[in-house]
Design a protein around this ligand. Sequence first.
Ligand code: DIG
Ligand code: MN
Ligand code: MN
Length: 388
Amino acid sequence: MSDYTPKPEHKFTFGLWTVGNPGRDPFGAPVRSSKTPAELVYLLGEVCAYGVNFHDNDLIPIDATFTEAEAIKKDFRKALADTGLVVPMATTNLFYDPVFKDGAFTSNDPKVRAYAIQKTLKAIDLGVEFGAKVYVFWGGREGTETDSSKKATEAIKRNREAINFFCEYALDQGYDLKFALEAKPNEPRGDLYNPTTGHMLAFIESLDHPEMVGVNPEMAHEHMVGINFMHGVAQAWEAGKLFHIDLNDQYPGRYDQDLRFGSRDIKAAFYLVKFLEDVGYEGSRHFDAHAYRTEDFEGVKDFARGCMRTYLILKEKAAQFNADKEIQALLAEINEDDGSMSQYFGKYSAEKANTLKAQSFDRNAIASRGLRYERLDQLTAEILLGVR
Ligand code: DIG
Ligand code: MN
Ligand code: MN
């Protein structure tokens, strides 16, 4: 049995809004009291987290006076110093206040759009003040219930103009900051723009400073629409755009449940952990999730410990998979290559095309080959079930 104690090098982080979630839902009042940002930092220190993230208003209430804000920041800073926790990521709450009821950057009201940019500029300053190096944008209200209300292309342009503005601001301020865009298909709006990580990757290429902008894929958000989360993460990684990641769990096709990591689809969680560890991802493992509404704060600590412990157990299972002789022999067999086709791959040439066109293939013989994936997947399952 290995040691599954979280350590700073694991880079496990939680948002103030995750362990501070009071358990309110659309059908029920809060079940847990609210804790101050400093109290939440001490809680995260107790469960051995590495870092804490925040929306501007998780830390400083939207109507706080300057004096109140300074007092909160002082207590928060002391808690960080006492626990050794860091702040790797910050973001803006552009979804809770009624002013954002029709979106922030994509709102039809220019006053709302201007206020959202102002709020974000100040929130970026706040995040940098506490050392954040990644700034996340989740467009929780950037969407519609009726598409009669705005042109989709206009919404895209407004989003682009806002992100371009923030990139220029960060450059102007000399901030060591990169931006990570977080997709979600719907909720709280009927439909959200840029609904998946794939949409975000395409959007990034249309920006003035695409090199400053990546993605923050969230497991629940991609599972809501029934797509393979690890594939989207792999596409982001391969494009050099995996700047951050939100880990949790989710029943497909349901509202955003933000469940404890690995609590619903352990196989998907395994492949995700295996991917991050195999490629050497060095960013935060951020758990954007919250405890069941049934829990008190002891249960919240169980939730946080469970997220991190499951990650570490699956990290060990991934190493076991990579060291398993039968699995590796199967993979070698599946991927065997006599080199006879190598002449046809890589960059195009007319000679390559002509030679390939003349190449004969015994299609039936090729098709008759069994690929042993059943055995491979059974071995994977047996590692996860702990019998190998
Ligand atoms: C929800 O999945 C969103 C917001 O909580 C926040 O803006 C972002 C940061 O991880 N995730
Ligand atoms: Mn979510
Ligand atoms: Mn998230």
